[in-house]
Design a protein around this ligand. Structure first.
Ligand code: GLN
Ligand code: ZN
Length: 775
């Protein structure tokens, strides 16, 4: 009898209940008691979705982040959390810098970074030579008791010791692996306590096993799991997000009672594991995709699972590929999804229902003569019908789009001339001063703007009034930028809730949801659009706003688009064609908008690729293949313009060293990037690489409310000028300004423009000096 289980469930709630409760608590609008009550209700709601499973996972819920929970469980809490008796205060201080609005001991929050290749951000554990661990298991044990009390067989979820070390950062020159022994002592104690509490199985997550590990780390895995094998609790070593590849032998050699594998991303390794694991070891097959929103093809899943079930019997467990944290909760909440498309979708709750059907099917005696119309037969037939309908649907398959994509040839991927020629032509037309100043696109998204958008969406405001209201905002934004003295203006993006979601309604093959929230970090969620079919542009997406903004000023206004790779990486994508093919379709759609903007007289067009780096595979050996098609997609959307049209791109991170050849191959005339926090260090890499095109290194950090001083901006630009020739430098903040208030933005941009002016004056002196010398 195969068993079914789950690795983790979304914790934000169907209606983002957790977000509301947390934010009320942080702003002192509710007490800790009320927060706890809300959380208890939410936990019950979540547990009730697990009823059909053989095990309910416990320990995956978190008030902010499960990695931070692990740090607290292990007693690895930075001193700056304070010594207060109040654990929740200490927790929120590291999570977000302060316990609540009136916290007297605010501090700097832990660093946040992406959880593997997902859009979820975790709080980075901090290690140093003085790190000592001390198990604090009471909270976890309480959760176990609570779930038991509701009648569940529980399976606690822990992050494994090596993945925990892998995820952290060392703040001095010590070595992470030096901490392993001490850490394992805590894990051993924890397993002992879990055993005492009656736990049979514990899920130990080691997704670091799908990255490329060197010999030292591989050894450390052997050592660690050997040490933990003394425990009477059964360990399910859980891997996900990719193939084990070079770590497959290692995993097979570890003395654990079970292994979970991601059967979506590492399908061909499932059979290998089934063969190589001991008869006594459990194989957990993650067949239901935890990273996407599609219904599982149950017939196909059963073809894979049946032979394993025969071989392994009750040692076969079936599960989602990874935690369902990365999925929305319930597709049944959606009321606006096209009725033909909705049945194709499965969110977290539906995925667990699929597991229940799989279990029924696997455990049915092959020769039993159950009546044909039993529940299972109906469910499987319904699934087969839905899968087939999706394959045949004209909403998913558009012959026109496929034909157009097939016609793309390499000449579409290159501009007419090289950068050196183009930039001359652009300079002649744009006539910008040296060190041109600009911004990244968005201006403050005020309450007023949000409320206008909300009223329009809900039908409370008609289109005319909506357009008028937004035009009013754009007018003000242009006036402000002129008053500040910026050289290249933007319309400010007041029409956009989000740089990806905004575009979905203008594209065939893409839809947005009402409640499809996925946790990004803490109480913050994103609502990724769903790409369900061949993508093409329905019509104009941005031009009316850019044209309007341009009509108000003689300075150039930048057209503002999101690039194909970012549209792809921040959406749920089709699983019936490659990401590369979808990226190409998106690129063609964006290319059409670029052409329309150019025809409307836009001289500068920015195509943001904020998420290009995010798409990098977890294994560096796979990077080149990705970068090849991703950069091609950018080139495809950006190359259809005349030499005189200037293409900008923006990327808001500071790690470029390892992908500079690819950034160069994008061949944007101007790239704006984040550098202010690293004091322009990054530019040295651009210099070493001899990057050829224009660069706008962000001169101040928009994530901070502090207003940058003229001198500090000037210093940064001067540092930048050591690496990049002055004539190729642009001056701009390091990202969009939508999260800031006008009161912060105005003085910051004024200082930025002042700094640029001061530098121009210095440069004029320099040029004159040079001239005299030549004389
Ligand atoms: N143009 C976008 C903005 O300014 C870019 C956002 C981003 O890079 N994340 O908001
Ligand atoms: Zn940015």
């Amino acid at each position: 009898m195969a068993k079914i289980h789950n690795l983790g469930f979304p914790r934000i709630g169907k209606n983002r209940e957790l977000k509301r409760a947390l934010e009320a608590y942080w702003s002192n609008q509710c007490s800790e008691k009320e927060l706890n009550r809300e959380v208890a209700a939410l936990r019950e709601q979540q547990l009730s979705a697990l009823e059909s499973l053989d095990f309910a996972q416990v320990g995956d819920f978190s008030l902010y982040d499960h990695v931070l929970d692990m740090s607290f469980l292990l007693g690895n809490v930075p001193d700056r959390a304070g010594t207060s008796e109040h654990e929740l205060d200490r927790y929120f201080r590291i999570a977000r810098g302060r316990a609540s609005a009136q916290d007297c001991c605010a501090t700097h929050a832990g660093e946040m970074t992406k959880w593997f290749d997902t859009n979820y951000h975790y709080i980075v554990p901090e290690f140093s030579s003085t790190t000592r661990f001390e198990l604090q298991a009471d909270s976890l044990l309480q959760q176990i008791r609570d779930a038991r009390g509701l009648g569940f067989e529980v399976k606690p979820v822990l992050i494994g010791p090596l993945t925990y070390l892998h995820l952290g950062k060392v703040t001095d020159d010590s070595q992470k692996l030096d901490l392993l022994d001490d850490l394992l002592t805590q894990y051993s104690q924890l397993l002992a306590r879990l055993n005492k509490a009656g736990v049979q199985w514990v899920q130990i997550d080691e997704p670091a096993l799908v990255t490329e590990l060197n010999a030292q780390w591989q050894m450390a895995y052997k050592y660690a799991y050997q040490r933990l094998s003394d425990s009477p609790v059964n360990v399910l070593l859980t891997t996900y997000f990719g193939e084990l590849a070079g770590n497959l032998d290692l995993v097979c050699s570890l003395p654990v009672e079970g292994v979970h594998i991601d059967a979506v991303r590492a399908q061909h390794e499932v059979d290998i594991l089934a063969e190589r694991l001991d008869a006594s070891q459990v194989l957990s097959v993650g067949i239901v995709d935890g990273r996407n929103v599609w219904r599982t093809d149950l017939a196909q899943a059963l073809t894979l699972l049946r032979p394993i079930a025969q071989r392994k019997g009750e040692k076969l467990w079936v599960a989602p590929s990874c935690s369902l944290l990365h999925c929305p909760v319930d597709v049944n909440a959606e009321t606006d999804i096209h009725p033909e498309i909705k049945p194709w979708l499965a969110f977290a709750e539906q995925k667990l229902e699929e597991l229940a059907i799989l279990k029924l099917a696997l455990n049915k005696q092959p020769n039993s003569h159950a009546p044909l119309d039993d529940e299972l037969t109906i469910a499987l037939a319904e699934n087969a019908r839905v899968i087939e309908a999706r394959q045949r649907s004209l909403l998913a398959n558009n012959a026109d789009v496929q034909e157009r994509v097939a016609k793309v040839d390499v000449s579409w991927l290159a501009r007419n001339s090289n950068y050196a020629t183009r930039i001359q032509a652009q300079r002649a037309i744009l006539k910008l001063p040296p060190f041109p100043t600009t911004t990244i696109g968005s201006f403050p998204q005020t309450q007023a703007i949000r409320s206008v958008r909300r009223r329009f969406l809900s039908g409370a405001m008609d289109e005319r009034a909506y357009h008028q209201a937004l035009e009013g905002v754009i007018q003000e934004t242009i006036q402000q930028q002129e008053a500040i003295g910026l050289d290249v203006l933007v319309h400010g993006e007041p029409e956009r809730n989000d740089m990806v979601e905004y575009f979905a309604p203008f594209l065939n093959g893409m839809l947005t949801t009402q409640y499809g929230w996925v946790q990004s970090y803490g109480s913050r969620c994103v609502k990724p659009p769903i790409i369900y079919g061949d993508v093409s542009r329905k019509g104009s997406m941005t031009t009316r706003w850019i044209e309007y903004a341009q009509s108000l000023t003689s300075k150039p206004v930048k057209g503002m688009l999101t690039g194909p790779v970012t549209l792809l990486n921040w959406s749920f994508v089709r699983n019936d064609q490659t990401r590369e093919a979808t990226a190409k379709q998106l690129a063609l759609a964006v290319r059409e908008e670029v052409a329309e903007l150019e025809a409307a007289g836009t001289r500068i067009i920015q195509i943001d690729e904020a998420a290009l780096r995010e798409g990098l595979p977890l294994k560096s050996s796979e990077w080149q293949a990705y970068l090849h098609w991703a950069v091609d997609a950018f080139r495809l959307c950006a190359s259809g313009v005349a030499d005189t049209t200037q293409i900008h791109t923006h990327m808001c991170y500071s790690q470029f060293n390892d992908i500079l050849p690819d950034i160069q191959r994008m061949d944007a005339d101007v790239i704006t990037i984040e550098t202010s926090r690293s004091q322009m260090k990054l530019l040295e890499a651009f210099k070493r690489f001899q990057y050829r095109n224009d660069i706008g290194p962000g001169v101040y950090d928009i994530h901070s409310p502090n207003v940058p001083q003229i001198e500090s901006i000037q210093r940064l630009i001067e540092t930048a000028a050591c690496s990049i020739p002055r004539e190729r430098l642009w001056i701009n903040p390091d990202c969009g300004l939508k999260t800031r208030a006008w009161a912060e933005v105005l003085p910051a941009l004024q200082n930025m423009v002042q700094a640029a002016r001061a530098l121009r004056n210095n440069s004029v002196d320099l040029e004159e000096e040079e001239l005299t010398l030549i004389d």
